[in-house]
Ligand binder design. Structure first.
Ligand code: ATP
Length: 326
């Protein structure tokens, strides 16, 4: 393999706090090796449209603390077509770009895998607030999302206690309950509802009733947005059985608030490590992998192995949360 001279980087799918720290680290690590770095605007959409800009060290200054992505992101369905990908590869070829770093979640890494199969050296960086990617324990952005959810739980608890109320907090995560589980544990939730272990609205009501009877002055229900037994079904059931439950239940849907604002230190450090690791993989001539974290070790897993795969949550932690809700 010829020594690399020019690479590109993009952020794709849902924005995640910490993406900018990864762009900064990968850019500066590449520049330190004497390579040129090009930023692609708006993920795969910009790759197909040919919207590139050279990135220097100063261009990625002052972004480590910023949420979102300075490169922009997009959902680009056309990239899933042969014609869309041919345009993207053509744009890279025309600019003499020899390798690509893709910062994004599950869908984005499936896209990266397709590019790798087409012969382009690619390294994926695990980044999504959903934390549903196989090949890594955690993804860039999820620590921030968990902390924002915990902050909301803490705030709602103070008002809940004052009025002897229960609160339902719906948080993000698509079909993955990781944010709900971790925030529920850190926030001392009475009930955690996740897609990986569905419970029925009447069970939620039963746990609220039991909490009330045990003399609790508040109760928190944390629900992952992807749960079949969602906020609406729970609210309806509780409203219909209000007299027997004790608590009144109010709902707060966090939505995109969960992935906004500044990234936590943990997300910045993770993103920095993964950004540098991605460049390292290319320098060692070992592309076509996703870089992620196992324990405290950076690991590289073939894109072909993780593409389209999701990981589950820790069922033991879910069981523990239930025990501790006493
Ligand atoms: P998040 O977890 O934050 O939603 P994501 O990377 O999973 O991030 P998606 O919208 O699923 O977000 O995917 C981002 C982009 O990746 C899509 O808009 C599309 O351009 C590309 N993509 C997704 N799946 C595939 C696929 N199977 N093949 C090729 N490209 C894909």
């Amino acid at each position: 393999m010829q020594p690399i001279q020019r690479i590109a980087i993009l952020t794709s799918g849902g924005d995640a706090p910490g993406m900018n720290a990864a762009v900064r680290a990968a850019t500066r690590a590449a520049l330190a090796r004497g390579w040129q770095m090009h930023g692609v605007r708006n993920g795969y959409a910009g790759l197909m449209e040919g919207v590139f800009e050279p990135l220097q060290a100063r261009d990625v200054g002052g972004i480590i603390q910023r949420g979102g992505t300075v490169l922009g992101s997009a959902r680009a369905p056309e990239f899933a077509t042969e014609a869309g990908r041919a345009r993207a590869l053509d744009n890279l070829r025309q600019r003499g770009i020899e390798a690509l770093i893709v910062i994004g979640g599950n869908g984005s890494q499936s896209g990266a895998n397709v590019l790798a199969h087409a012969g382009l050296p690619v390294v994926g960086i695990a980044s999504t607030v959903d934390n549903d990617l196989a090949g890594t324990d955690v993804t860039i952005g999820v620590d921030t999302a968990v902390n924002i959810t915990v902050d909301a739980i803490d705030r709602l608890r103070t008002t809940g206690t004052s009025h002897k109320r229960a609160f339902l907090v719906e948080t993000m995560g698509r079909n993955c309950g990781y944010i709900a589980l971790m925030a529920g544990i850190a926030g001392g939730a009475e009930v955690i509802v996740v897609p990986e272990c569905e419970i029925e609205p009447h069970e939620v009501a039963e746990r609220l009733r039991a909490a009330y009877q045990r003399g609790k002055t508040h109760a928190m229900v944390v629900v992952a947005e992807g749960a079949r037994c969602g906020a609406k079904a729970i609210m309806q059931h509780v409203a219909e059985h209000r007299d027997t439950i004790g608590f009144a239940l109010r709902v707060t849907t966090l939505g995109h608030v969960v992935r906004g604002g500044v990234p936590t230190a943990a997300d910045r450090v993770l993103a920095t490590r993964l950004g540098a690791a991605a460049v390292d993989q290319l320098a060692r001539g070992m592309p076509n992998v996703l870089v992620g974290l196992r324990g405290n070790e950076i690991v590289a897993t073939p894109l072909a192995k993780i593409a389209g795969k999701t990981k589950g949550i820790d069922q033991d932690l879910l069981a523990l949360a239930r025990v501790l809700a006493q």
